[in-house]
Write a protein that binds this ligand. Structure first.
Ligand code: HEM
Length: 509
């Protein structure tokens, strides 16, 4: 969609039949100050509303009100909730040159209070021309396919260490790895640091169990501090984003934890970024790292580069590691799919198996692997939804939506509804490969990384990391659940993660 198209007012199409904004269904009445917040409060009293189960509650509301409903949040600010891919298409196609995503006010507030550290609130929290300017400077450094492909050999080395780390974690009698997420956090942290800094942060160096970490932070490595602080950060996001903003009036527990997590991440990450800056600034290497590319970008200060990389690290740990955990669970729970995937990997590597490395040329011949990752995103997308503020009047599900309206697109819920996906609870990668099945899926029904100008900056890197590391793991081990009937429960902590540790039996191939 170009700017000229954006100027076109979408409301002009079929205006006569539009229903007014005020007639959008939703909880009622809307009270002074708290709007329809009483609804969530009422359901929390009867045990149905729980911040960690928001993803389920949203599906309940869908069944009650339909694919579009309006709620009013603090100070009666209306929020239009949508579930229909047709409406997603409208929102994302008419978002203009600078799509507006409401910032995390609490992060912005904290970062503004530390101008000595943060030159701005960071790309994720910027809007308008300031966002556009930063995005144009940062995007080429991390979204280029050549950057991602050049990183593949490094990523293979990280996979060797990941596989070795799993061998160490495994119970030698049963081959069971308890809590595979502890390993996937390390994998995703090591990978994002390698991409951005061209340095190994040493995430697999020490195997400290969670109990030890809790009792003594001195035993934690830098990698463990980054992982634990990121977990704490997302926990506080959940509370600060979805609860009443008491933090604006006094420092709440959640806000104190946000300060603590942001500060710990800054201290550790900025030390590593500074080391990389000192070591690499004049280094000539066969490929340019993200850091070196950022250095070449005119008008980016050292502090801006540091902050961008810190935000890439924060963005890269939690989302990718939990996607890995989901993916390994689905493959362990679906032996038919895993066998088919293993056959695909073997057939691609059969003429070229000097070592276990998987390179872009191999990935290009692995459509089933890509379908497995796609299906994992559909069934268990770590980002449950995306918010936007409309930049012009639009129509959604036949209702008139004025400019400046807050929209919540419930991406994850859509993927779980039979209205949009056949047998939505089944892990069935073939739906993405069979042309007849695929054409029944709306192109905007699965958008794990968002869409358009504000789409995730880590999309390319995350996909390649997921493909490669998954292929390497399946090449080395058969994955099995200890209890084949074990259900995957989800927990909403701003993103969606497994509610309980996932234990997997890894039988060497
Ligand atoms: C499975 C992995 C990931 C998922 C599912 C994911 C998903 C998302 C989503 C849904 C958005 C919002 C897009 C929108 O508003 O349209 C986003 C934004 C963002 N992501 Fe990711 N992400 C992932 C990994 C990463 C990684 C590895 C990085 C590190 C480079 C990253 C960096 C960012 C940044 C910087 C933004 C803000 C972009 C902007 O506001 O312009 N993400 N991500």
């Amino acid at each position: 969609m170009n700017e000229k198209d954006d100027d076109h007012n979408q409301l002009n199409n079929g205006k006569q039949s539009l229903k007014p904004f005020s007639s959008i269904p939703g909880p009622w009445p809307s009270l002074p100050l708290i709007g329809t917040g009483w609804y969530n409060f009422y359901y929390s009293l009867v045990g149905r509303y729980d911040l960690n189960k928001l993803h389920e509650f949203n599906i309940e509301k869908y069944h009650k009100y339909g694919p579009i409903f309006c709620e009013e949040y603090q100070w009666r600010q209306p929020v239009v909730n949508i579930f229909d891919p047709v409406d997603y298409e409208t929102v994302f196609k008419y978002q203009g040159r600078c799509p507006i995503r409401p910032s995390n006010e609490f992060v912005s507030y904290f970062r503004r209070s530390r101008p000595d550290r943060y030159p701005s609130v960071g790309l994720t929290n910027l809007n308008g021309d300031e966002w556009y300017d930063q995005r144009k400077k940062l995007e080429p450094s991390i979204m280029k396919l050549s950057t991602i492909n050049e990183n593949m050999l490094n990523q293979n080395e990280i996979c060797n260490d990941f596989i070795e780390y799993l061998r160490q974690c495994m119970n030698p009698d049963t081959n069971i790895v308890d809590n595979i997420q502890e390993a996937t956090y390390r994998l995703s942290l090591e990978s994002i640091c390698m991409l951005c800094l061209d340095t190994r942060i040493g995430a697999f160096d020490s195997k400290t169990n969670t109990q030890q970490q809790q009792s003594s932070s001195e035993t934690s490595t830098d990698a463990e501090i980054l992982i634990e602080s990121t977990k704490l950060l997302f926990d506080t996001f959940n509370e600060l984003y979805y609860s009443y903003p008491w933090w604006k009036f006094m420092k709440t527990n959640a806000y104190n934890n946000l300060e603590k997590a942001e500060s710990m991440i800054y201290d550790v990450a900025s030390k590593h970024v500074q080391n990389a800056i000192d070591n690499q600034i004049n280094e000539i290497s066969d490929h340019e790292t993200v850091l070196q590319k950022l250095f070449k970008t005119e008008q980016l200060t050292n502090d801006e580069i540091k902050m961008a990389i810190i935000d890439f690290i924060i963005g890269g740990i939690f989302t990718v590691s939990n996607t890995f955990a989901f993916l390994f669970y689905h493959l362990a729970a679906n032996q038919r799919v895993q066998d088919k995937l293993y056959d695909e990997i073997r057939s691609v590597k059969i003429d070229d198996d000097d070592n276990d490395d998987i390179l872009p040329k191999h990935l290009a011949k692995m459509p089933y692997l890509k379908a497995c990752v796609q299906e994992c995103f559909r069934l268990t997308c770590p980002v449950p939804g995306i918010m936007r503020i409309t930049t012009q009047p639009i129509q959604l599900s036949g209702y008139e939506i004025p400019a400046n309206t807050m929209i919540f697109a419930h991406l994850m819920a859509t993927c779980r509804l039979s209205e949009y996906f056949k047998n939505p609870d089944q892990f069935f990668p073939e739906r993405w490969l069979d042309p007849l099945e695929k054409q029944k899926i709306h192109p905007f029904a699965l958008l794990p990384f968002g869409y358009g100008g504000r789409m995730c900056l880590g999309k390319r890197f995350s996909e390649s990391e997921l493909y490669l590391s998954c292929a390497r793991l399946i090449q080395s081990f058969r994955l099995q659940l200890i209890d084949p009937k074990q259900q995957l429960e989800l927990k909403h902590v701003f993103v969606v993660i497994p509610a309980n540790p996932i234990s997997i039996k890894l039988t060497p191939r």
